[in-house]
Design a protein around this ligand. Structure first.
Ligand code: ADP
Length: 476
């Protein structure tokens, strides 16, 4: 059994959970300990004790530790990518790419550990100097979802450690294998015991204990809006620093002047790859009427050729849905879309393959409208809807008519529309002629409106969340 890491020791926990391969339900990937509330309290105390020791290490020591983790992830990308795909269901190339990304993130933050910047200013008063320095926030809780079992933990854990914080990492229940593999590598990186703690277990047990405990100074979370709201109510009420990423309903605008092939590629990639299970997935395709028939016909043509299958089979382009409950929810949304009057022109059905898995054909609705639930609510599956627009201004208004604002894209050859869109689209990330999903790791990630709360993630902007600023006045 794979155990939890608490205060530098491996703990058995109060229960065991097996993770099942969504491509083949007869394949159990492994057995993983479930931390109890008491385990969590031990870990919190250990993290509190360890944090000053870790913060007192030199930047070089922190950089070396992060570099070690990054190097091992990169060296083992094939093996760990296979594990990731086996437990989460994204295809093997995506699994390997995700582990590679995680390795690159640790390497990037190894560098950032050496570049913790401050400022020095002259005071408004004579004889006084002012300096502004960044310090760790302290003990950080990290709560992650199942859709990027390596990359999301990496982009939270790496900056947390780089800036001298201790970490309590609670991965999603569904994907403990990738989390454990990452934790095991971190356990050998030379951190003081208790600096990094792995707490696999239930959100309502481990997660809840982190939200409530005043020793946990900050929580970085990615997951659903409902859990995000709970974090605000519980951890926010005790003034913990919060960083919440909660999903999206990302629009891709296709203008009449777009390169049709490029627009179709962006739509297929953005809406359906990774089985649509990305918070940056394009689930609203807002298409100018002049190109509507040609675009939808080309999209269906491409969908006909997409290969859905076992995540580890070489020719699969799209794997299964990650879990049974998610598949049920996707199919319910397909039924809802039909009831609402949108026209399903492709897919939306359970698929049988050689192995018993959660396979589903990508679903495409056309003639949808902005008020439909399928156009407003995050589905988190391979389900997209096409909404007709009269012109660019109408398309932009439709795109902005959403409670979310994470990522948004436009396919156009008009510089005027592209420039206007970058300025006026209400989202944290805007994409021109490139899919809404797929980002770099050295620049900020995050959204506005209901998608995100708190400072941005990734790149040098991660310092906003993982450090606190102190202003020092010195009489010379
Ligand atoms: P998803 O649909 O991506 O699983 P969730 O919000 O349900 O989104 O889960 C995201 C993460 O939040 C998971 O690690 C989950 O275990 C955790 N979580 C769920 N419920 C709670 C809770 N009550 N308190 C803290 N964390 C929770």
């Amino acid at each position: 059994m794979h155990k939890n890491l608490i205060a530098g020791q491996w703990y058995t926990g109060s229960g065991v959970r097996g993770n099942v391969n969504p491509s083949d339900l007869d394949d159990t990937v492994g057995l993983y300990a479930q931390a109890s509330r008491d385990d969590t309290l031990v870990a919190i105390a250990a993290a509190q004790q360890a944090q000053p020791r870790w913060a007192a290490c030199t930047p070089q020591q922190r950089a070396d530790a992060l570099d070690f983790i990054g190097s091992e992830l990169l060296a083992r990308r094939e093996e760990l990518g296979h594990l990731l795909s086996r437990e989460e269901g994204k295809v093997r190339s995506e699994g390997i790419a995700e582990v590679t990304r995680a390795g690159q993130i640790f390497k990037y933050f190894a560098g950032e550990a050496l570049r913790i910047r401050g400022e020095h200013l002259a005071s408004t008063r004579p004889g006084i100097e002012v300096d502004i320095r960044r310090q760790p926030v302290g003990v950080v809780g990290i709560i992650t979802p199942w859709n990027f079992p390596m990359a999301i933990p990496a982009w939270k854990i790496a900056p947390a450690l780089a800036y001298g914080n201790s970490v309590l990492f609670k991965p999603a229940d569904l994907v403990p294998g990738s989390a454990w593999a990452l934790g095991e590598i971190i356990s050998r990186a030379g951190l003081p015991d208790g600096t990094f703690n792995l707490l696999m277990g239930r959100g309502s047990v481990v997660g809840q204990a982190l939200l409530e405990n005043p020793l946990v100074n900050a929580i970085s979370f990615t997951g659903s809006v409902d859990t995000g709201r709970l974090l605000m109510q519980t951890a926010g009420a005790r003034f913990a620093k919060l960083q919440l990423e909660m999903g999206g309903k990302n629009p891709l605008l296709v203008m009449a002047d777009a390169d049709l092939d490029q627009a179709v590629q962006c739509a297929i990639q953005g809406a359906y790859y990774s089985t649509g299970q990305r918070c940056t997935a394009s689930s609203r395709l807002i298409v100018e009427k002049a190109i509507y028939p040609a675009f939808t016909a080309a999209l269906v043509e491409h969908l006909n050729h997409l290969r859905i299958g076992h995540a580890l089979h070489a020719d699969s382009q799209i794997g299964p849905v990650a879990e049974a409950a998610q598949l049920e929810q996707n199919l319910e949304y397909v039924a809802t879309g039909r009831q609402e009057g949108a026209r399903l022109i492709f897919g939306g059905e359970r698929l049988q393959r050689d192995t018993a898995g959660h396979f589903m054909s990508p679903a495409l609705f056309v003639d949808a409208s902005a008020e439909m639930r399928i156009a407003r609510e995050e589905i988190f599956g391979p389900v997209a809807c096409v909404i007709p627009a009269d012109n660019y201004e109408h398309a932009l208004a439709l795109a902005n008519d959403s409670p979310f604002g994470l990522s948004a894209g436009i396919c156009t050859t008009s510089l005027k529309h592209a420039s206007h869109f970058k300025q006026h689209m209400q989202s944290g990330m805007v994409m021109v002629n490139t899919p809404t999903a797929g980002v770099d790791y050295h620049v900020p990630f995050g959204g506005c409106k209901g998608s995100s709360h708190g400072p941005r993630e990734q790149g040098s902007y991660a310092a906003e969340f993982f450090t606190t600023v102190k202003t020092a006045y010195t009489q010379a």
